[in-house]
Ligand binder design. Structure first.
Ligand code: MLT
Length: 263
């Protein structure tokens, strides 16, 4: 398992494929394995870098607090270590929140953005309170509390009805995340800034992509983001929910391939 030491912690990553460098940023409570359906299928066009964010998978899980800016600084450190100057940043959900933080801090490193099943708004007070309540449950019960809370929201109705084996496989992978990292991520999400004012300032080509059955970051939010970003296109993936890249990889990859081909 290759790893880099960045900002005093260990970040586990993989690199595969040839072509445009793409840094894929996973969501919560996931890991770099989220992007397996993209890495191989796009290996002829994308040099894919996948990484476990701090607190996830095989990466270090130091004490918090974590912020979106911390994750972004880690990723910049990783790119520096790998000698990669410019990337397309692809973030799903929480990965999208990190991509916004990265773009806000280091726009010169970004060649394009793929914002998948994510949102630009900050948490509502209710959503923030729910995250802090879940943090308390994780402190008491460990990682399974987080997975139990999130699993039903992650998949679309079609996947839940027709593909219970996929849900089960991903559930097992999510359970490998350490509690400390999940707590850090929940707090980082709760405290993340609103990015509405960043949208019109995004100057790189952007693909906004969303599962039509996504209940966490629904198509309506994706539409608002795409309308707010000057050079953005929107792709809606049928029969997929919040994990559109895993639930409908062919359609997702087709959208990404076409976007990368036109960069
Ligand atoms: C994620 O998939 O990363 C999370 O559902 C995002 C969130 O809870 O806001």
């Amino acid at each position: 398992m290759p790893f880099a030491t960045v900002n005093g912690i260990r970040l586990v990553y993989d690199i595969r494929g040839q072509g445009i460098p793409v840094l894929w940023i996973h969501g919560f409570p996931l890991g770099r394995w989220l992007w397996d359906p993209q890495v191989e299928a796009l290996a002829d066009i994308a040099r894919s870098i996948t990484v476990d964010l701090r607190g996830f998978g095989g990466s270090s899980a130091p004490e918090g607090p974590y912020t979106m800016e911390t994750y972004a600084a880690d990723l910049r450190g990783l790119l520096d270590t790998l000698g990669v100057d410019h990337v397309v940043l692809a973030g799903l959900s929480m990965g999208g929140y990190v991509a916004f933080a990265f773009y806000a801090a280091y726009p010169e490193r970004v060649r394009g953005l793929i914002l998948a099943d994510t949102r630009h708004q900050a948490d509502t007070p209710e959503a923030r309170a729910n995250r802090y309540a879940l943090i308390e449950r994780i402190r008491a019960e460990g990682t399974p509390a987080a997975i139990e809370a999130f699993l039903p929201r992650l998949f679309g109705a079609t996947t839940q009805r027709e593909r219970s084996e996929l849900v089960e496989t991903l559930r097992r992978k999510m359970l490998t995340n350490p509690a400390a990292g999940l707590i850090g991520a929940l707090q980082a999400m709760a405290e993340r800034p609103d990015r509405t004012e960043l949208l019109p300032r995004i100057q790189v080509p952007t693909l906004v992509i969303v599962g039509e059955e996504d209940g966490v970051a629904p198509p309506e939010v994706a539409r608002q983001m795409a309308e707010g970003i000057p050079n953005a296109q929107l792709v809606v993936i049928p029969r997929a929910g919040h994990l559109a890249n895993v639930e409908a990889p062919e359609a997702f990859n087709e959208g990404v391939r076409s976007f990368l081909s036109n960069l």
